[in-house]
Structure formats: C-alpha cells, structure tokens
Write a protein that binds this ligand. Structure first.
Ligand code: URA
Length: 305
C-alpha cells in the first residue's frame, strides 16, 4: 500500500462514507503550495477510495471499522464532553482596551521566574497553580504528555472532562482520532511528539477560557515550548490557534500558512473533536499535516536555534 494510502487509512479517510453522487468538498488554498500539492494527492486518493467502495445505498461504509467510526461521527455520544471550540464561528474580539488591560494585569502577576524553571519545577508549579479561578473546580491539572525532546509539539485548547479526571491531554474520542492522525505521520505521543494545552485546568462546563485565564496560564506553555524546542507546532482548533497567534482571525483564514510562536513555525488545523463531526474537513486536516511535515523537514534541516 502506498504511503499516502496507508496514511489516509490511518486518518480514517479511506474508505469513507460518501453520499451517492456526491464527493467530499475540496478546498483550494492559494497560499500553501506545498500543502496544496500534498493535500490534493491525499484528497484524490480519498475520493477515489470512496468511489471504489461502490456505494449501493445512499450512504455506505466500506469496512466495519469505518462503520463504527462513522456511527460515532454521525451520533456523538450523549453527554459527550462538548468542547467550547466546536463553535467554529469567529467571535467578535472584546474591546481592545479591555482585553489589553486584562492581559497586561495577568502578565504582571504571573512572575517572571516561570521562564527559568526546569521540567520538574515547572510541572510542580502547574500542579499547585492557583493563578486563576479555574483552580477552584479542577480535579487535576493537565500539564502535558510525550517526548520532552520532540520535534513536534501539538497544542490544544484546554482539558475536558476526561482529561480533568485523568490528568492527561486528549484522552477521549478526539484523542483517539488525534493518535490516528499522528500515526499517519509515524508520530506517537509516547515516542516523538509532545502534547499540551493552552490552558492547564478544565474550564467548568467546557466554557471558553477567559482572556485573563489564558494570560495567566501562558507562561507555562511558553516555558514548555522553550524546554521542548520543537521544530514545528501544530495548533489544534480555533481557540488554540487564536491564543497562540494572538488573533481573532477565523480558522479557515489561518490554515494553509506557516505562522510563528516563540520563534517556532506554527501550522493551524482543525480540532480533532470537530473532525469527529465534520468528515469532509478530515481531508483538509490531512493537507494541514502535510504542510506541517514539509515545514518540519525544512526546520529539522536548519541549524539549531
Ligand atoms: N481538547 C483539548 O483541546 N485538549 C484536551 O486535552 C482535550 C480536549
């Protein structure tokens, strides 16, 4: 099986559900030539795989595994941990002056020494953190997981219910999809990837984190990035992307380009929980991962920072 086919298989893109007579939508991203080329290859394979499945009913899965996966996609489990970033609609920024003041106040309060901590001290600091109101309702802080010397760093929004309970990022259904996506690039959280969130404590009811909560937590992530020294960062979902890149731009406008956080190239993609519900966007996520891989290959060949 060709690499692109096995990768798509891992992503759950081939074979896939296809409504008779319909093809997955294909986005053109003028600003990412490399990603475009790679993604078009992937999309073509996915489409061909879907066609090859030869639908005999209006919706048909070509394998039991996919049938199970797509049953989940179509019917998210009741009471599932609904993350705030599922709302992919761009929100209006709060008034600049107010946001700037909140963020500045929080930054002033965060203490500069976080930037000097080693892994153990940083982890202990997060465990004991009471910098914002999120500490009141958390069960566990969720520090991060994976290879602390990884070239790849993935950054999500905030812990959900399962993560709060277990103290590890991305442990639910979205985490399984994330692991499959990583496997398609021969990456794994216990080997060569580091995974963290912008926010280390679960916002009650998975509400959107407030600007001051983000600002108070940011030194921890900054320190994690400076300790890992990744070659590429993948921002998972609108909230992570907007927080890292300090923008209110929509995720669709941020995808397909190489951004920067703390001197590290950043690629923006959809949140895996969103992908569980939006099958066509999996092809776009594959394009994003291809852009991340191309970016990583370039930076891995460059002299160390
Ligand atoms: N969503 C996130 O953004 N992070 C997690 O750790 C879990 C779900």
């Amino acid at each position: 099986m060709a690499f692109s086919e096995s990768a798509l298989e891992e992503l759950g893109l081939a074979p896939m559900w296809v409504r008779r007579g319909m093809r997955p939508s294909v986005e053109t991203t003028a600003s990412a030539d490399a990603a475009g080329a790679a993604s078009n290859a992937g999309k073509t394979s996915a489409i061909e795989a879907a066609d090859a499945a030869g639908a005999t009913s209006s919706l048909q899965a070509a394998s039991p595994r996919e049938a199970g996966m797509n049953a989940r996609i179509q019917q998210p489990p009741a009471g599932a941990d609904e993350p705030a970033w599922l709302d992919e609609v761009s929100v209006e920024p709060p008034a600049h002056t107010r946001t700037n003041r909140i963020v500045a106040d929080a930054r002033a309060d965060t203490g500069t020494d976080v930037a000097t901590l080693d892994w153990d001290a940083l982890s202990a600091r997060v465990t004991a953190c009471e910098r914002c109101r999120l500490c009141e309702k958390r069960t566990n802080t969720v520090f991060g997981v994976g290879d602390r010397n990884a070239d790849w760093m993935l950054i999500g929004e905030a812990p959900g219910e399962n993560e709060d309970r277990l103290g590890e990022p991305f442990v639910g259904q979205a985490g399984k999809l994330l692991d499959n996506m990583l496997r398609s690039l021969t990456l794994a959280r216990d080997t060569n990837v580091y995974i963290a969130n912008v926010i280390k404590c679960r916002p009650p009811g998975n509400r959107n984190p407030e600007p001051d909560e983000v600002a108070r937590c940011e030194p921890y992530l900054q320190r994690q990035v400076s300790l890992v020294k990744p070659k590429v960062i993948v921002a998972l979902g609108r909230f992570a992307a907007q927080s890292l890149l300090k923008t209110q731009a929509s995720i669709s406008s941020l995808r397909g380009r190489v951004h920067e956080y703390e001197g590290v190239p950043v690629i923006v993609t959809y949140h895996p929980a969103y992908l569980l519900r939006s099958l066509p966007d999996k092809a776009k996520a594959w394009a994003d991962l291809c852009l991340a891989r191309d970016t990583w290959q370039k930076t891995a060949g460059a002299p160390p920072r």
